[in-house]
Design a protein around this ligand. Structure first.
Ligand code: ADP
Ligand code: MG
Length: 435
């Protein structure tokens, strides 16, 4: 593998599979045209090239820097385009300082019950660094906004002219190894121990890496002793990260440990609206609600979805409406729901409405049963690949016409009965966020 391919495979880890397949996978690296300070990639068409330029060049540049230790300018050219002018000066400069994502700000972070504790903690640290909570430890699942929040504080500090280091454990480790090899450990220590703010992302990867734990411990002590702010994130509580030296684990809990939970529906809606605003994508309320109910709690998917919608609508010259959205998201949803079965849906409906699964699947005609069965059938049709005859068999109906009749009835209800529609949305949301 050449360095270009290596960088792309590192990038793959940082983005969604959909984003990777749709854009990054289409890139080819040209080792001949590239040099130590220029990396040249080819994209198959202008659409892909533009998306990659606007969305990923900073990331790619950053990964190159980690890999070979020096700054590299990134050129995304079209496959048959040979004139490779040198990138402009200001582009190069931007790359040097762009380790923090400038759109990761507090203003762009939507606060709800699920994340308000972490938000308040990071906000107050950004106002009084080194004083209130040091270290601040944020933990929670993938795509819930830990990196965003941490970088929001980083951006505040950077705008005040403080020296901020944002790094993942992997980058920290690579940097360590490189300095060790080059016998320049003083420079390494100077860099990390003299900064004003140290942000380390995904600290769980320190687990079982003894030499770097030792180095990190001394960095931590130096910074903490000098009253410099440290912010850490992880996917779990410090107590639950195995393979950590005891002295590190206890220090992680010295300041404040704050968790982030999966967002509620309203927060997801607010996040989607915000992302639309930032990415200049116009979506109706209907579409936003739809996206919010069908994606799971991992907010990271949202940007991939928006760029996909945008790219498709440009490519096909159509407006983004609900039917179009459903169509575009089909394969994405199928991936999410590969393990969603009629059993799991029926169980969720049964639990929510307090009716036994066997009753939902029976021929009973009481009002409550019919109501529950309709909801289960509708959601099953929306979320699984089962055919109408398969649904008929499962739900104890005569044949596919009975199912088709039920679906027609439900669509009428959804249109005229707001309560029913809300119930369906709520349950769909519940089922998709736990699958
Ligand atoms: P994590 O580090 O927890 O895996 P990220 O911080 O990378 O998650 O967030 C994933 C994506 O979701 C980012 O694009 C981020 O901006 C967005 N995001 C997550 N939570 C929020 C929020 N509350 N408001 C706005 N954007 C959010
Ligand atoms: Mg993160």
């Amino acid at each position: 593998m050449n360095i270009g391919q290596e960088v792309l495979s590192l990038l793959k880890e940082e983005i969604t599979e959909i984003e990777y397949k749709r854009y990054i996978k289409q890139l080819t690296y040209d080792p001949k045209k590239s040099s130590t300070d220029l990396a040249v990639f080819y994209a198959p068409n202008a659409l892909v090239a533009n998306w990659i330029k606007s969305k990923y060049t900073e990331k790619i540049a950053h990964l190159f820097e980690i890999k070979n230790g020096s700054k590299v300018s990134i050129k995304i050219a079209l496959k048959n385009q040979t004139d490779l002018e040198k990138p402009k000066q200001n582009v190069e400069q931007k790359v040097q300082h762009s380790l923090l994502n400038p759109s990761h700000t507090f203003d762009n972070f939507m606060v709800g019950g699920s994340n308000q504790f972490a938000y308040a903690a990071v906000k107050s640290v950004s106002e009084k660094p080194g004083i209130v909570y040091n270290p601040l430890f944020i933990y929670g699942g993938v795509g819930l906004g830990k990196t965003h929040l941490m970088q929001a504080a980083g951006n505040v500090f950077q705008n005040q002219g403080k020296s901020v280091i944002y790094t993942t454990v992997e980058q920290f480790l690579n940097d360590f190894i490189r300095h060790l090899r080059n016998k320049t450990m003083e420079r390494f220590q100077e860099k990390y121990r003299k900064c004003d703010v140290l942000l380390i992302d995904d600290i769980q990867f320190l687990s079982n890496k003894d030499s770097i734990q030792e180095e990190f411990f001394h960095t931590f002590e130096a910074l903490k002793g000098a009253g410099k702010q440290i912010i850490l994130t992880a996917d779990k509580h410090p107590k639950k990260i195995g393979g950590l030296e005891e002295r590190l684990q206890s220090r992680f809990e010295w300041g404040l440990v704050a968790d982030i939970q999966p967002p509620e529906l309203e927060t997801k809606i607010a996040i989607i609206e915000k992302k639309c605003e930032i990415n200049k994508v116009k979506l109706t309320k209907d579409i936003i609600n739809y996206i919010a109910t069908v994606i799971d709690s991992n907010v990271r998917e949202i940007e991939g979805i928006l760029s996909k919608l945008h790219a498709y609508s440009q490519l096909m010259h159509v407006d983004i409406d609900l039917a179009f959205t459903k169509n575009v998201l089909k394969d994405q949803l199928q991936e999410n729901r590969a393990n969603l079965t009629l059993d799991t849906i029926t169980q969720s409906v049964s639990k929510d409405l307090n009716i036994k699964p066997s009753e939902i699947r029976s021929k009973g005609r009481s009002k409550n049963l019919v109501y529950a069965r309709r909801i289960a059938i509708y959601i099953s049709r929306e979320l699984t690949q089962n055919t109408m005859p398969q649904l008929a068999q499962y739900f104890g109906m005569k044949d596919h016409t009975a199912i088709s009749h039920t679906l027609k009835k439900i669509n009428e209800l959804i249109e005229h009965d707001e309560d029913f529609k809300v119930k369906i949305d709520e349950l769909t949301n519940k089922i998709t966020s736990t699958s």
